[in-house]
Design a protein around this ligand. Sequence first.
Ligand code: ARG
Length: 562
Amino acid sequence: MDYKAYISERLSVEGVSKEEIASSIVVPPDTSMGDFALPCFKFAKVLRKSPVLIAEALAASYPADEVIEKAVAVNGYLNFQVSRKGLAKETLDRIYEEKSSYGSSDMGVGKTVCIDYSSVNIAKPFHIGHLSTTVLGGALYRIFSFLGFKAVGINHLGDYGTQFGKLISAYKHWGDREEVEKGGIHAINDLYVRFTKEATEEMEAEAREYFRLIESGDKEANDLFEWFKSLTMAYVQKIYGRLHITFDSYAGERFYIDKMQPVVDELKAKGLLTESRGAQVVDLEPYGMPPFIVFRSDGASLYATRDLAAAFYRKKTYDFYKCLYVVAYQQNLHFKQLFKVIELMGEPWAKDLVHVAYGMVSLEEGAMSTRKGNVVWLEDVISRCVEKALAIISEKNPELENKQAVAEKVGVGAVVFGALYNSKIKDIVFSYDKALNFDGETSVYVQYTCARANSVLEKARAAGISWEGAVMQPCAQEFELVKALSEFPETVKAAASAYEPSLIARYAVSTAQKFNKFYIDCKIMGADSDMVRAFRLRLTEATLLTLTNALGLLGIGVPEKM
Ligand code: ARG
């Protein structure tokens, strides 16, 4: 229910539109005074009356009903109290009607949002730094889809560059087909690292030649490249599978090589391209930025050139409403430059390009993976977290069936939630112990709350109790919970518009906390009457549905039992 619209429909202030009234209504920080409030100060001028008198007059004329129980004037504010029972009924009815789509909307129908995320570099394994882009992008993908947008997930593969010439050269000198096949991406990465340390002048020259051969379509060079690529893709698909991540397009940097020229021609035609020490650049000095390099002095294109072509291609192909780039803040300047160049080209959609920047993730001191020096591979973090989850679960509930499957949901959830719980721009230090704390602000706390709700419902079902349609005047704890449940749809929208899945993660924790307070303070199965019991069971099931949807949007599963 849109309470603000509901209230403003029933209020009239001379010379002020309903929309304006609705947009002036606020949610007071302390809801003991009211659930909504209309500050009357800004109407004083038009009405030539004091805010206190305006609020009093409005309170006297406001028609209270089963939706808004009360309107009270306090010091120039008009405070509204939502009917507790009305909100409970409306919220529960809606959750039961919509179930797994509760919180969704059709606001985005007809609009496309491109989301460039996780963008893998061929031949490089995922380290912990790839966690955020992958899970943030995945969450945004689900959130926008849930709101009716057509989301297009794009994995802008890093599949172009001289490094592939080096890799071929390294493989030719030191590689062994079977070993690489067996070792997969880590074997390839080792070859590359060895090249950077041991390559001779000759090998460097050879690498340049191999890169040229890839570009000119040489079969052997391309076969090798495709092999490295397929090993990389097989490796990342395993991780994506565990994280529930999917893509609609894998058009990477290479895809844009033959799409750069028309865009560059346009830059030229618009007089934006200048020469600087042999390189072709767009001067961005007036905007306080270094030049945007389009072609180096040797004629080679850059990461930036490919991104420029990609933006035009995406606009043409998807006619996006927004195009998001979920990329670490280290690339702030790159995207600022890119968006500026497109704006200078006179493209009105430059304003629809958004760099969704995020902070660094590191592991808590002492929790380093041991596989290789300082690099922490993402698959190791996930596996380790699942192992730890399994140990905890086995200890807490030795009788539990499907322990491995539950541990997978709990362990993967903890890694994902760890990256999504804080505002995305913050640097994060991941700790296994904190992430797996059953009493912390964690996914496992939310999952455990769901399992607890499930077990109550199961007991009730086994006892043949039905709670269909039950509703009554809620007590304080019940009302806190109802209110939280009613706020889910707004929370999803807020998360989308701020590109901030953390809002949903925080919502899940705070709603679980409210449920647990209710669970401890209010007897469910032991309630005083059938009606109270039925109402509480219905609230319990509604909480389970809502929390399941919330975690689902983040890519986290909910085990039935824990
Ligand atoms: N592969 C790049 C990297 O690892 C990220 C690509 C992001 N997407 C883009 N369109 N630039 O830094």
